[in-house]
Ligand binder design. Structure first.
Ligand SMILES: *Cc1c(COP(=O)(O)O)cnc(C)c1O
Length: 339
């Protein structure tokens, strides 16, 4: 199958399978797993933090960060489209008694600094205590500029807020700009990074922060049932995600651009090539095409897409340049067949 639904569908590479088979392991709840410890040390060092914590998912990394920064009755500012507001089951509110204060995301994914300023609550018993600003990069496949991050950091610092990055796809943001991941993470007090998306690890995310934050996160992780035992088996693959998979993301970005360009030739698809910055292509399907029927038609040809009038097509390691051409050909046929 050629699967455009997400980069989360990537399978571990043969090198990852081999590393998993021979990983040295211990009990990570005791802090005894050498492969996990090596991964955490390497990640902290590479991304410029005191400490790192290997966790089961990006959702867990974000939740631990929110719960480590904020107390009950605190709030975090985030985008209306933020994953850690919209797509994580309200975890911060449910499990942390932390209130989200969502703010509009602009077309480029940023939140206006003036909106952030205006949303910071004064010290008054009527209000939740504004504690944290949470940004996301990439967001909807778009890269936040370095200049914007620097300004957001200054704002947060001046107003006594901590600043968190949901960097699920921060590696894509770095590669798209030709800079190091650390150049982006430098602006934040904590960062979550998914290793199980474009970076191809089967399982796992990294949370970065100072020692105090990570110590709190370890406590919450245990309470949430996220303490893992011989986690070195998956950390071995996650290590290769960081060392071997980052530069390769450039291919995914090239394929996404190519896909968008080819889609401009299809009358029933509306796509703006200029908006494609990383590994995601957003395209609108003409109203006379039923997305469910289109997805079903493509499925019979070995192609998976999410059925929606607003298509989100994601490129990744298991999609080749040739697959892009095949997809567009099959798409043209499928459109004719469902019209
Ligand atoms: C995927 C994603 C997450 C959550 O990661 P999971 O591993 O799926 O829990 C968080 N934030 C963003 C921006 C994501 O894309």
């Amino acid at each position: 199958m050629i699967d455009f639904r997400s980069d989360t569908v990537t399978k571990p590479t043969p090198a990852m399978r081999a590393a998993m088979a021979k990983a040295e392991v211990g009990d990570d709840v005791y802090g005894d797993d050498p492969t996990v410890n090596r991964l955490q040390d390497m990640a902290a060092d590479m991304f410029g933090f005191d400490s790192a914590l290997f966790v089961s998912s990006g959702t867990q990394a974000n939740l631990l960060a929110l719960m480590a920064h904020c107390e009950r009755g605190d709030e975090y500012l985030c985008g209306q489209q933020a994953h850690n507001y919209k797509f994580e089951g309200g975890g911060a509110a449910v499990l942390g008694s932390i209130q989200p204060q969502p703010l509009p995301n602009q077309m480029d994914g940023s939140i206006l600094l003036s909106d952030i300023e205006a949303a910071i609550k004064p010290d008054d018993i009527h209000f939740a205590r504004t504690r944290l600003l949470s940004l996301e990069n990439t967001i909807g496949g778009k890269v936040l500029s370095q200049d914007y991050l620097a300004k957001a950091q200054t704002l947060a610092f001046n107003r006594g807020l901590k600043i968190h990055l949901d960097g699920a796809r921060v590696a894509n943001a770095a590669v798209a700009q030709g800079i190091a991941i650390a150049d982006i993470t430098q602006y934040f007090d904590s960062v979550s990074i998914c290793l199980s998306k474009g970076l191809c690890a089967p399982i796992g995310s990294i949370l970065l922060g100072d020692e105090r934050l990570i110590a709190k996160a370890i406590r919450w992780r245990k309470m949430l049932g996220g303490g893992m035992r011989q986690a070195g088996i998956i950390a071995a693959a996650a290590t290769l995600a960081i060392t071997d998979q980052v530069e390769r993301l450039a291919d995914d970005h090239d394929n996404a651009k190519r896909l968008a360009m080819l889609l401009t030739q299809v009358d029933e698809i509306d796509v703006d090539v200029e908006q494609v910055q990383t590994n995601m292509v957003f395209a609108k399907l003409a109203d006379n095409i039923n997305p469910k029927r289109l997805a079903d038609a493509l499925f019979t040809k070995g192609i998976l897409i999410s059925a929606s009038q607003q298509l989100r097509l994601v490129t990744h390691n298991d999609i080749s340049k040739q697959d892009i051409t095949t997809f567009v050909q099959q798409l043209k046929h499928a459109i004719v067949s469902v019209k």
